[in-house]
Write a protein that binds this ligand. Structure first.
Ligand code: AMP
Length: 510
């Protein structure tokens, strides 16, 4: 057991999660869960009075599908995606909170109690989803020291293996790397530069609704259509039969990464179909998904201002990069073979663990062995009214891919004598139309000084922190005050505390 203050790194994935810490020899190590596995399925089974997280929850989909919540990471920050199980509504943050609670309890059996963690998020996560992730950590009784982007974490793990983080090693040439991260539910591509011990993100883009699950879905539909044609009934109409089909589809997909063909058997209501699927067929039926990642990869490279000739290395992370079509596409696109030396399942958690350790070192006054420079993945804007057309539009204050921390100021003028408040609607996104952007919330400046003269400047300062979170301060007549954002899609502090107590009451460990 390690007894110095502990901080661990958590890769909280859509389909699988992993936990790592830094051992006595200063090496990142994955902590196996209570079942002895390196990764834990991010699924929760509500079994009457018990709450079961991980492998058993995935198995329960075959018999109790309506009682299992999985892939909640995709729903973070969206109010309408609360899951109702046995009459109780669970926000996605709480489901992720149960997953984190299991990861914490299992890891504590190996390294003793801890609270401090660094959690990773897709680089393309917006501010609302980042806050929701921090809230999940809070609900699980964790102290979230930082949230860092998954590709950055992977690059840190790469840097560690290259000896870049070793202070005795002479500063090496800077390296430019493209991280292609295709996980279970999200896709990210990030262009980074590693210079000395600094990890600088140059550009990032992605899709929070694209991942291995979408490849699985194509196999599910392929088999179900076949079954329907043969027996005139659709197994997708029964949640448990559909759950079994998803499980077998994922299994078949993994087989196709190693073999040229696979057979999938679908059993439903006393009928059975055996369907054969070749790798070529699979690649054809998912070609459009691959094209989407290719398009984003091209765009991100362009946004970084670099050409393929200036990229030293392509790093692939995320379980779905084991599909041979990923390597083939990247090699064709760039003329370079991607580097697959990092463990696709563990690299992100290892990078997070290294980051967690550096935060502890910094708090002890030691020089940090690495520095991170991030960019924002979505433009920050406010809803403005077009003077000519009176239509609402997105007035962008901090464009995407701006180096963080970043600040923007906007001065409003009071419109009448004695005005008491100003309301600002804050959004994230690239579209000119606010309806197509993510509503982050409102900043209602209510406590303006009494008897404020008309046309008094009210300066609002928006500041993105390094972790992609937003803070707001307001300056009126020389007095600056931090300002709360009223969020539409977040839980209140009282709700968070309620969930924290509720989750704490369950033994979710193995
Ligand atoms: P991650 O979020 O990085 O843990 O990635 C999980 C995703 O990787 C899931 O969709 C898995 O089905 C997928 N995956 C894991 N191993 C393989 C494999 N050998 N071939 C294809 N996909 C895989």
């Amino acid at each position: 057991m390690v007894d110095s203050p502990k901080a661990v790194g958590i890769d909280l994935g859509t389909t699988y999660s992993a936990v790592a810490y830094i051992d006595e020899a200063n090496r990142p190590q994955t902590l196996v869960n209570g079942e002895g596995d390196l990764i834990t399925p991010s699924a929760v089974f509500f079994d009457g009075q018990d709450i079961i997280v991980g492998k058993e929850a995935i198995k329960a989909i075959a018999s109790h599908a309506p009682h299992v919540a999985d892939c909640s990471k995709r729903d973070l920050g969206q109010k309408r995606y609360h899951k109702t199980i046995e009459g109780r509504e669970y926000p996605p943050e709480a489901i992720q909170g149960f997953v984190l609670s299991k990861l914490k309890q299992d890891a504590e059996r190996l390294i003793g109690d801890f609270q401090k963690v660094v959690i990773t998020v897709p680089a393309y996560f917006d501010e609302v989803k980042r806050k929701a992730t921090q809230d999940s950590g809070y609900m699980a009784g964790l102290d979230v020291l930082d949230i860092i982007n998954e590709p950055t974490a992977a690059a840190i793990a790469y840097g560690y293996h290259q000896g870049i983080l070793n202070p005795e090693k002479k500063a090496s040439e800077s390296q430019r790397i493209l991280v292609y991260d295709l996980g279970g539910g999200t896709f990210d591509v990030t262009v980074m530069e590693i210079r000395d011990q600094e990890f600088i993100t140059l550009a990032t883009d992605g899709d929070v609704l694209l991942g291995g699950r979408d490849w699985d879905q194509r196999i599910v539909n392929f088999v179900a259509e076949h079954f329907l044609a043969e027996h005139n009934i659709d197994p997708r109409n029964d949640p448990c039969a559909e759950g079994r089909l998803w499980r077998d589809a994922e299994d078949a997909k993994r087989t196709l990464s190693a073999r040229e063909k696979v057979s999938i058997v679908c059993d439903y209501q006393g009928n059975a179909s055996r369907v054969e699927l070749t790798r070529d067929q699979f690649e054809e039926m998912t070609g459009d998904l691959m094209d989407r990642t290719e398009f984003t990869t091209r765009q991100t490279l362009q946004a970084s201002g670099l050409g393929w000739g200036e990229i030293d290395l392509i790093l692939t992370v995320g379980g779905s990069t084991r599909m041979p079509m990923v390597e083939a596409m990247l090699t064709k696109l760039s003329g370079k073979k991607p580097d697959r030396s990092l463990s696709a399942d563990e690299a992100v958690a290892h990078g997070a663990a290294i980051r967690a350790q550096t935060i502890l070192q910094e708090s002890r006054g030691e020089p940090p062995p690495l520095r991170i420079k991030n960019v924002n993945s979505h433009s920050l804007g406010i809803v403005a009214t077009d003077q000519k057309t009176s239509r609402h539009r997105n007035a962008i204050l901090i464009p995407r891919n701006t180096s963080l921390p970043a600040t923007a100021r906007r001065t409003f003028k009071s419109q009448r004598e004695g005005q008491k408040s100003v309301l600002i609607n804050i959004i994230e996104g690239e579209s000119d139309s606010p309806e197509n952007c993510t509503r982050l919330g409102q900043c209602e400046v209510r406590d303006l000084p009494d008897n404020l003269a008309i046309h008094t400047p009210i300066e609002v300062r928006f500041r993105y922190l390094q972790n992609g979170r937003l803070t707001i301060s307001v300056n009126v007549e020389g007095k600056e005050k931090q300002h709360e954002i009223t969020r539409e899609n977040s839980l209140s502090l009282t709700q968070l505390d309620g969930w924290r107590d509720y989750i704490h009451g369950f033994d979710t460990g193995a």
